[in-house]
Design a protein around this ligand. Sequence first.
Ligand code: MN
Length: 291
Amino acid sequence: MDELVVSDGRATSVGGLPVRRLLPRRGRRTVGAWCFAYHMGPSASPLAIGPHPHIGLQTVTWLLEGSVLHRDSLGSEQVIHPGQLNLMTAGAGVSHSEEPAGSGSGDALVEGIQLWIAQPSSTRFGPAAFEHHAVLPSMSLAAGAGSAVVMVGSFAGATSPARHDTPLVGCELSLDTSCHLDLVPEWEYALLVLRGSARVDGSVLEPGRMGYMSPGRDSVHVEVAGPVRAILVGGEPFPEDVLMWWNFVARTADEVEAATRSWEDDDGRFGRVDSHLDRIPAPVVPSGLHA
Ligand code: MN
């Protein structure tokens, strides 16, 4: 069993919110099919990201605090609250915006995580879809260590109703005391601590860091000294090499260029989002993408 690999995320900002980008990291592009993770906030400024396109991925939006309004080119209009899941499947193309929900008091904090799941080639050219899950399976962990909510896949005997296209899991952990978590030995995992501080294999995990576990473990011991909120993602190592650029998860530079052109030309591939926010233009595709 290899030791936990800890990497520090990169601080940036998205849609007016401070963000810690945890995945991808140098040398680590995917964890199972999970290919992107950013921890947003906490911030008093509302999330406002204008319409933008996606291909070849699912977006997983999960909040700890506040609320966000999702609109997409399928006509979906959905406010999400903490403990709920928004899951958008891009397939061959979708566009969406993320907006402040309602008038609000103006001082509400927003905090959450957005994750992307790479779609396998069997579904990535398929239709777009959107799911909202207001209630997900939640269970107590052994010995009163805390609780887990299963966002996607199965964990600790409970299964989320959310769609997934490859063998994987994503769950939120609320830990009060140290615990053992059962893992699938053939899978790889990452632990993303959003609040508090945990220790795995002697390494400290706190907000802004990712702890990666390669396959070969049937459990992990997570030590905590106080309350911790964390996301555990994992899955079967993704068998395809993905090419990620901007909001696209593809395999070739030609696919990325075609998607970029469709967005710039507004040729209908990505539909329309009924949003008052400005459409986000695509950056210039770097020539090095073809390397
Ligand atoms: Mn998006």
